[in-house]
Design a binder for this molecule. Sequence first.
Ligand SMILES: *Cc1c(COP(=O)(O)O)cnc(C)c1O
Length: 370
Amino acid sequence: MSCDFLALAVPGVQKLSPYVPGKPVDELARELNLDPAGIVKLASNENPLGPSPKALEAIRAELAELTRYPDGNGFELKSKLAARCGVSVAQVTLGNGSNDILDLVARAWLAPGLNAVFSQYAFAVYPIATQAVGAQGRMVPAKDHGHDLEAMLAAIDGNTRVVFIANPNNPTGTWFGPDALERFLARVPQDVLVVLDEAYIEYAEGDELPDGLDYLAGYSNLIVSRTFSKAYGLASLRVGYALSSPQVADALNRVRAPFNVNSLALVAACAALDDAEYLAASRRTNDAGMAQLEAGFRELGLQWIPSKGNFIAVDFARDAAPINQALLKEGVIVRPVGGYGMPTFLRVSIGTQAENARFLDVLGQVLARG
Ligand SMILES: *Cc1c(COP(=O)(O)O)cnc(C)c1O
């Protein structure tokens, strides 16, 4: 007789729906007996350029050290980030992906009886991190698919400890400008932490999007979260970071697993930070690919949500699941977002010119079939 261990799990865990990742290329190849080399994956907002050659070189040089634990303090990477961001080392927290940062925030400040505020259509990890520690998620209806910052302010109550906001947001690509962030930060109670998730900030140009770093000095309740997974092209290595007041970083560091960032990730992230050429190429590829997809959608008579990320949500104005299935059969993986409450949309990551062209071609064929 075995026990029902799910029933014994803490209440938050019992009610959790696990994160649904983009379908891996090898999985689709296995399922449909396709050649993996012919599959195009535009489902996980990965950098289509492959990793920076400098990062690869750093990884190779580090391989002989794999028997040793990594530097648990991540000294070199933190120093580099601090210098780059104009903050002290004591303000930097490293995470096993920025996903880890979100979990650390939840573990340090959320518990049963407390709540976190986030938007409808916000990144799926916010409700998961919140519920996993038994806290309540307060989802605020979106406005034009974006964050309604006024309504989010209104949703904050005496038990709110954290507000999660993503700029731009995933999966919608929506964003808000510096003025909106300033108005928001000025009105959030000072004892409520604001996690500003800037996973795609490196793609932004000019001052359409605020730079969270500009507000760290003024707001000790601000946590800026960033990642090496997207524009820096190191998704598999799992490395992200938070910038905050030293005291907030101290609390995050207390709940952090001792060696949460591995040595290959540490050296690769340092090298990637120094590879300005790679970052510029990532931006160029993204800008060109975004324009390519928008032009393709226009030609197909489709609407989309304007995006500042490395992905775009396209609207089919009907259930997108059959379209997704048809794309999969042709070896094209994009991301269904029905789980986010957007069943008529598919989220498409920006790929290389050739990948985008293949996707648009296959999509045209699928839609022509009706
Ligand atoms: C991709 C993404 C992340 C986290 O990615 P990591 O790989 O864990 O660093 C965080 N927030 C948003 C909004 C994202 O889209």
